[in-house]
Design a protein around this ligand. Structure first.
Ligand code: SF4
Ligand code: SF4
Length: 348
């Protein structure tokens, strides 16, 4: 089979399995990516703990000497119904994240695509269901012409930014690109920059990772009593969608016809006051299994986020839950609860 035919067959298999787009680029096109990460590190040194492992992972050639090309696919998640009570609290990306959800069609489609690669005698690494983290998916997608990076730093196809990106290294030199149909950002639009609650987008195409609500609710923000951005986090418990929600290039109606496995059940148990009252075993069972960026040994962070959300829109109905948190087994939670009650003048 010629390289062109094989590349076309790979793309056809991906589209059959409900990926939105699929392209292939030569591995050499990823070389600039590490430079981009270094530039970001130079500007935002606070991001070192997160970006250095990315940089290390970007050394793909050393880790996978057999790799010759990258398959990059996009997959839309705006087909899933958003439970109203989770909207504005959980980012849609993480809510509809199928990487560890075997019941999700996306997970099974990914497995079927990998079986296709195997059946085609291709050696591969990557995908989203294992432990291997492939860096630079946005970069690869841009290089393959699947879409554009916008001023909010998200990757968009012509259908918007509600996308998962998934990539695989393969051991054949293949290339299949397209010409992006995504329009550029309107000339004077800065809606995403001005809407960002924590000024994590100080300029177009510039992203301060450690100021982002998504970082502060998942990988940082351990002591929000000492963080001036606590009130800007608003109601978010895990992630943030603001700069995508306000974007005029995302303003197609949310399609939302399909149930994502587990989303409706989560809506019943994940109000902030429920999270604060949850035992740590339940936090592990109900939240850690779906949202693993908050590590298992810091599950109390969920309660910090929930207490912060309550503080940011305090209502007397929250008082019993906050007072219960004064006796939580984790000191950071007790400390946060004292702070919430003190700052609201509600400590008894
Ligand atoms: S996800 Fe939220 S906090 Fe992060 S850059 Fe976008 S608007 Fe700002
Ligand atoms: S809000 Fe405006 S500037 Fe920001 S990504 Fe969307 S179109 Fe571009």
């Amino acid at each position: 089979m010629t390289s062109v035919n094989l590349a076309e067959r790979i793309k056809a298999a991906a589209l059959r399995l409900n990926y939105e787009k699929c392209g292939l680029i030569r591995l050499s096109e990823m070389d600039e990516y590490a430079d981009k990460v270094r530039q970001r590190l130079d500007r935002f040194s606070d991001g070192r703990p997160v970006l250095e492992p990315v940089l290390e992972a970007a050394g793909i050639r050393e880790r996978f000497p057999w790799a010759k090309s990258v398959i990059i696919c996009t997959r839309r998640y705006d087909n899933y119904k958003m439970p109203p009570t989770l909207n504005g609290r959980f980012s849609k990306y993480y809510l509809f994240d199928a990487r560890r959800n075997q019941r999700a069609r996306d997970y099974q489609d990914g497995l079927a695509f990998e079986q296709f690669l195997r059946d085609s005698s291709l050696r591969f690494a990557g995908g989203e269901r294992g432990d291997l983290v492939m860096p630079g998916n946005r970069w690869a997608a841009m290089k393959a012409g699947l879409g554009v990076l916008r001023r909010n730093n998200f990757f968009y196809t012509e259908n918007g930014s509600w996308l998962f990106l998934e990539s695989w290294l393969i051991d054949r030199e293949l290339e299949l690109k397209e010409e992006s149909k995504a329009k550029p950002c309107p000339k004077n639009c800065v809606k995403c920059l001005t809407a960002c609650p924590t000024n994590a987008l100080p300029e177009s195409y510039v992203f301060d990772l450690t100021s982002c609500v998504s970082y502060l609710t998942r990988r940082g923000g351990w002591d929000l009593t000492a963080d001036s951005r606590a009130s800007s986090i608003g109601q978010w418990l895990y992630g943030c969608d603001v700069c995508q929600d306000v974007c005029p290039l995302n303003q197609r109606p949310w399609v939302g016809k399909d149930d994502f496995p587990g989303a409706a059940e989560l809506a019943v148990i994940a109000a902030p006051e429920d999270i604060v009252r949850m035992g740590y075993e339940d936090l592990k069972l109900e939240l850690f299994k779906r949202f693993w960026s908050i590590p298992e040994d810091k599950l109390w962070k969920w309660k910090i986020n929930a207490l912060n959300a309550m503080k940011n829109d305090f209502d007397d109905q929250y008082r019993p839950a906050v007072e219960a948190a004064l006796n939580d087994e984790a000191e950071p939670v007790r400390h946060m609860a004292r702070w919430v009650l003190r700052s609201e003048g509600r400590q008894r």
